[in-house]
Design a binder for this molecule. Structure first.
Ligand SMILES: [Zn+2]
Length: 417
């Protein structure tokens, strides 16, 4: 057996790992006592006490005294119970989201509490990234000001786009909502705002899928293999295999809108022919349903709400548009599910409201194996319109808490002597 590396390095790694265990437990479960933390993490009580002391000293965790529930039939309030909660009151996480209607920013504390939220409509100027980035930069600058006003350093910026991303550094590859080809969103923001906090670009499908997976877990459904598909801005999604997100070699995994379903179809912005988004994308369905003017006047979100209402009411033109799109959607889902074999398909965006009809179309002509195995469940998402925002905040927080003590130094000014 090879000699182990220096003992102090190994123990530093173990300590960081254990600090992360404690911090993640507090993030997932909320305030906990030391003995609850020991039970929940499997660490010895003495270790938890030492780890908590380090986190409290760094300001990452704070003690709160909560009165224990009084025993029944007694007037006494019982002795106070010391609980620990995530604090890190001088830092914040910023999620900036760009969808087909607006730019939205949410500032959250490390424990997940929302501190500030703002949004601005951009009017969807097609094929004009600069005008959209101007709006996105304004919303970001406002939120950075708000963080400063709250006395908090922004330790993480996640920019969520409703489009596939790829490359190093990551860029938007094709955003059909805006008729964009390749756009470097982070560079565009740097040009306008100046230096950014540590920043990541994320596709909405990937972060929303992780949030929906966490919701299923919290509801007691132990799902490990999931396909997440959504349509509001375009069509997107993500694949979770054995509990982990599939990123793919180029970051395109789960870009279901660009599955080429019709070899004779129209050229897509991504360069392929007959992508799902060109035959069943929201703009296509809305136009067929006679709601194109609605999109221009009230924005995509409201137009999709109207579309769903008309389909559910059985209005002829909307129903016909949906019936024309359904077989393509089912066809794409059949390709995806046969490829990755998930337990469940979670549908979000306006598809969540129409999940039953998509499940019906998906079940038609299913493979014979479905009769002998547990069928793949096709269900609506639980988080609604904020799935990507909530997911991005959660992913960023979990990543930061892998090295909780580092929160003290990220973006902090150099100490003055
Ligand atoms: Zn395409």
């Amino acid at each position: 057996m090879a000699s182990s590396p220096s003992g102090s390095l190994v123990s530093a790694d173990v300590r960081r790992h254990n600090l992360a265990l404690v911090a993640h437990r507090l993030a997932q479960r909320g305030p906990q006592s030391r003995s609850q933390l020991a039970d929940g993490t499997g660490l010895a009580r003495g270790s938890v006490t030492a780890l908590v002391a380090a986190l409290v000293e760094a300001g990452i965790v704070r003690e709160t005294e909560e009165p224990e529930a009084a025993p029944r039939g007694t007037a006494s309030r019982g002795r106070p119970l010391t609980l620990l909660r995530l604090a890190a009151d001088d830092v914040a996480l910023l999620v900036l989201q760009l969808d087909a209607d607006q730019a939205t920013a949410v500032l959250t504390a490390v424990d997940g509490r929302a501190l500030f939220r703002t949004s601005e409509h951009h009017g969807r100027p097609m094929g004009d990234p600069a005008r959209v980035l101007d709006v996105l930069a304004r919303v970001l600058a406002r939120t950075l000001d708000a963080a400063a006003g709250l006395g908090r350093r922004v330790v993480d910026l996640t920019v969520v786009v409703f489009a596939p991303i790829g490359g190093t550094p990551p860029v938007v590859v094709a955003d059909t909502d805006f008729e964009w080809g390749v756009v470097d969103v982070l560079a565009g923001l740097r040009q306008r705002v100046g230096e950014l906090p540590p920043a990541t670009l994320a596709s909405d499908g990937t972060v929303a899928a992780l949030a929906e997976l966490a919701e299923l877990e919290a509801a007691g459904a132990g799902v490990r293999d999931l396909v997440y598909a959504k349509s509001n801005s375009g069509i997107g999604g993500a694949i979770v295999a054995d509990g982990a997100l599939v990123a793919g070699a180029h970051g395109f995994a789960g870009a279901f809108g660009h599955i080429a379903v019709d070899p004779q179809g129209a050229r897509c912005l991504c360069g392929q022919r007959g992508c799902l988004v060109t035959v069943a994308g929201p703009d296509v369905v809305l136009a067929e349903a006679g709601l194109a003017a609605e999109v221009a006047e009230r924005g995509l979100t409201d137009a999709l709400r109207e579309l769903v209402a008309r389909i559910q009411a059985g209005e002829a033109r909307a129903s016909a548009a949906w019936e024309a799109a359904l077989p393509w959607i089912a066809h794409a889902l059949r390709i995806v599910t046969m490829t990755v074999d998930p337990e469940v398909v979670v549908l979000d965006g306006y598809w969540a409201d129409l999940a039953e009809s998509i499940a019906g179309a998906f079940a038609l002509d299913g493979p014979a194996i479905a009769a002998t195995a547990t069928p793949i469940a096709v269900v609506p998402g639980r988080l609604g319109e904020d799935a990507a925002l909530l997911g991005a905040a959660r992913v960023a927080r979990d990543a930061l808490l892998y090295d909780p003590l580092a929160l003290v130094t990220i973006g902090a000014p150099f100490p003055t002597i």
